[in-house]
Structures are given as structure tokens and as C-alpha cells.
Design a binder for this molecule. Structure first.
Ligand SMILES: O=P(O)(O)OC[C@H]1O[C@H](OP(=O)(O)OP(=O)(O)O)[C@H](O)[C@@H]1O
Ligand SMILES: O=C(O)c1cc(=O)[nH]c(=O)[nH]1
Ligand SMILES: [Mg+2]
Length: 193
């Protein structure tokens, strides 16, 4: 899928929000891609994840045993991408703030692709890579639907993005005045009890 096609799916779902958002990394942005609104539609989710699965196969990573999606955003695309790859799906979720594979046994040496919804700084992806390495898994790549960093995020492993879409993000003490004038909201789940 082209960038325009991917963004059109987000637009049709009303998932491209404008305002003042606090991102998972703490950066602030005037745009938030509310993927949950895309995942409301099974057929839109299927279309995106089928295309992502094809891109993962084309990356030549060799055999894949599992897809792992970081909760919450990676849960649905992780499952759906695993379905198109014909592999099993697991997720990591936060326990005391740290991603853990709480509900699954990862076989030692399992070959894993992480599937994220959105990558901004790559911080959540790196945390997921670290959590999986602790289980003895081999992390082949991080895949995502949209890379907001425009290729700048460093996940520590290869990054396969369905598309990239560079969106501005600012440290909290360097906000442009028009952003500072708006009340800030934090849509994601990091830091929630
Ligand atoms: O590349 P990063 O800077 O880490 O940002 C991207 C992460 O932020 C969002 O998760 P968030 O922690 O907001 O929670 P969610 O998965 O529940 O939406 C998104 O799902 C990615 O996991
Ligand atoms: O960086 C983030 O936290 C983030 C950005 C975005 O556009 N969408 C999202 O779900 N998370
Ligand atoms: Mg997330």
C-alpha cells in the first residue's frame, strides 16, 4: 500500500486527530493517530495488516515462529498480522511499568517479529525487544503500520514500516505557542495504573 492509501484508511476511520497530545515518550504533538478508531473496522484492519505481513515476508527475515504485539496498541495489529503470516501471536503487557510476557511461555531461541501500531521514538519497541530477549527469543525485526519518525527511530533491530509519515513532535519545554495554547491530552496507556 502507498502512504496515501494507508493515511486514507486512517482518515476514513476518523483516526487522524488534531489538538495537543502527550505522546508515550512524553513528547508533545499537534497530531495523534488514534489507531483504535481504525481497529474498530475489521476490514480496514485486515487490509493494513495483510499488506504489513506481505512487507514482512518481503524483508527476507527467514522463518518466523511468533508475532508479539505490545499492549495495548500492538494487540490487534499483532494478532491480525500473525494471521496473515500463518504464525502464532502473543502480546507483552506492562506490569509495574515494564513490558512482560505474562501469559505465555516463549520457547528458547524462538524467532520473533514485534508488531507495533505506531512508532514515534522507538522507545516502546526497544522496551519490547529487551523484554523478549530476556525470555531467550531471537528478535528478527520490529514491524509497524506507521513510522512517525520518518525513519529516524532506532529500535535496535531492523524496522519494517507499512509506511512512514513524519509528524512534528516537541519536548514539553519547547512548544510552539499555538500548541502551548491548547489543553494537553494523553490518549495512550503508558503510565496508567
Ligand atoms: O515509539 P514510541 O515513542 O514508544 O511511541 C509509540 C508507542 O506509543 C503508543 O503506545 P502507548 O504507550 O501510548 O500506549 P497504547 O499502546 O496503549 O496506545 C504506540 O502504541 C506505541 O507503542
Ligand atoms: O507516540 C505516541 O505515543 C503515539 C503517536 C500516535 O500518533 N499515535 C499513537 O497511538 N501513539
Ligand atoms: Mg503502544
Amino acid at each position: 500500500m502507498t502512504r496515501d492509501e494507508v493515511l486514507e484508511v486512517f482518515r476514513e476511520a476518523g483516526a487522524i486527530l488534531e489538538g495537543h497530545f502527550i505522546l508515550s515518550s512524553g513528547l508533545r504533538s499537534p497530531i495523534f493517530l488514534q489507531k483504535a478508531r481504525v481497529f474498530m473496522y475489521p476490514e480496514k484492519t485486515e487490509r493494513l495488516c495483510k499488506a504489513l505481513a506481505a512487507k514482512i515476508r518481503a524483508a527476507g527475515l527467514g522463518d518466523i515462529d511468533f508475532v508479539v504485539g505490545p499492549a495495548m496498541g500492538g494487540l490487534i495489529p499483532g494478532y491480525e498480522t500473525a494471521r496473515h503470516l500463518g504464525v502464532r501471536s502473543m502480546w507483552v503487557e506492562r506490569e509495574d511499568g515494564e513490558f512482560r510476557l505474562r501469559r505465555f511461555e516463549m520457547p528458547k531461541g524462538a524467532r520473533v517479529v514485534i508488531v507495533e501500531d505506531i512508532v514515534t521514538t522507538g522507545l516502546s519497541s526497544r522496551e519490547t525487544v529487551d523484554a523478549l530477549k530476556k525470555t531467550g527469543a531471537e528478535v528478527l525485526a520490529v514491524a509497524c503500520l506507521i513510522d512517525r519518525s520518518g525513519g529516524e527511530a532506532d529500535t535496535g533491530v531492523p524496522l519494517v514500516a507499512l509506511t512512514d509519515y513524519k509528524v512534528p513532535a516537541y519536548p514539553a519545554d519547547q512548544l510552539p505557542p499555538e500548541l502551548a495554547a491548547l489543553p494537553a491530552v494523553k490518549p495512550g496507556s503508558r503510565g496508567l495504573a
